[in-house]
Design a protein around this ligand. Structure first.
Ligand code: COI
Length: 359
């Protein structure tokens, strides 16, 4: 922790009514407070504070508006059966945020300060952590370049902000299988680019393909590599896993893929179940062939927001492949039950992944 890291807290005088837990949706409801911290080249990160949730007043020349110097993270707080609240592997998100920062020339955060900021804010908003099955409090830390300047260069001032949103399922399908369109026209990222960074810019690059997929009746896009349009990268808001005969495959982290915290957790869980998990290149042709030979047993996506999302149909080059029976597979279900069991404190956390909110 940096030696003088203190968080000044100003409480709201008009608390919001708590939302209906049965109708949270994803990312539309926000809590009473937000965390803020400024950066300047002279003072480094300073002025850590929690304030009532409010709109930001910004100079229209702020560099984030023009050159997208911005990064974000996504993690969750969960209500345990005993009523306590816990986080899931928060340091993994903070470490990833700092890897993103290095790539985007944003000053790094002190990891312990960032954890304390998350814990302090979640503790203050503890009553917003829902308890209904499948719900949680989504935590969205982000950093934006605030220097008013139209030259292209790393900014010399930034704002680090954390907002909180009580959420239900990310997809309207919940744990029901989603239909995914394999995109072979647009690309999301290339090796050497920023694909591995959690930058808003990666998500804007995905929108046109997402709109196209939605128009065709699909929930998400499966991205192929940006050079040969042949190897699988990831899905819009998730990493992807293929259960084949004898192995579970997920694309290796070659620089264009987001290193998901849920991805890593699933690899560990699958290995603990006794499965062989290979992080390797897998081409869409291999997947089509495995499907034709009856060897493509299950497909699922993983992500903080999406959790485990079974895939019921893949459309590759106009070829529609129903995965298994089109229903959730047994391994996807087991993985979901185990992962969420640990996250919601219903199963023993043998991996030591959960962290309390007392800073
Ligand atoms: C997350 O899973 O937290 C993500 O960042 C996905 C998000 C773009 C909704």
């Amino acid at each position: 922790m940096s030696k003088d890291f203190n968080i000044q807290i100003t409480r709201t005088t008009c608390p919001k009514a708590k939302p209906d837990e049965a109708n949270l949706g994803f990312g539309r409801i926000f809590t009473d407070h937000m965390f803020l911290m400024d950066y300047t080249t002279e003072n480094g990160w300073h002025n850590a504070r929690i304030e009532p949730y409010h709109a930001l007043a910004m100079d229209p020349a702020s560099m984030v508006f023009h050159y997208a110097q911005e990064c974000f993270e996504g993690l969750k707080a969960y209500r345990r059966p005993d009523g306590k609240v816990q986080l899931f592997r928060p340091m993994k998100n903070i470490e990833r945020m700092n890897r993103t920062n290095r790539r985007l020339c944003i000053p790094e955060l002190d990891a312990d300060d960032a954890l304390k900021a998350i814990q302090t804010l979640v503790k203050l908003e503890e009553d917003f952590v829902p308890s209904l099955d499948g719900t949680s409090l989504y935590i969205r830390p982000f950093i934006i370049a605030t220097e008013p300047h139209l030259g292209v260069k790393p900014a010399d001032s930034y704002l680090f902000c954390i907002i909180l949103s009580p959420v239900g399922a990310y997809y309207k399908e919940g744990l029901n299988p989603v239909k995914i369109f394999v995109e072979d026209e647009y690309v999301r990222a290339v090796k050497g680019g920023i694909g591995y960074a959690k930058a808003g810019a990666n998500y804007v690059a995905s929108l046109a393909a997402q709109v196209k997929a939605h128009e065709l009746g699909y929930s998400q896009v499966l991205w192929l590599d940006g050079v040969e349009h042949k190897y699988v990268d990831e899905v819009g808001a998730m990493n992807i896993f293929f259960v084949l005969e004898g192995e579970v495959v997920t694309p290796e982290l070659v620089g264009s893929i987001l290193p998901g915290v849920t991805r890593d957790s699933c690899i560990n869980l699958l290995r603990s179940f006794g499965y062989t998990v290979n992080e390797r290149r897998i081409s869409i042709d291999e997947i089509i062939a495995a499907h034709e030979n009856g060897k493509l047993l299950e497909v699922f996506g993983t992500g903080t927001a999406a959790v485990i999302s079974p895939v019921g149909e893949l459309n590759a080059h106009g070829k529609k492949m129903t995965i298994g029976t089109g229903e959730i597979g047994t391994l996807s279900q087991k993985l979901y039950d185990t992962l969420t069991g640990i996250q919601w404190g219903k199963l023993e956390d043998t991996f030591n992944w959960t962290v309390g909110i007392d800073a």
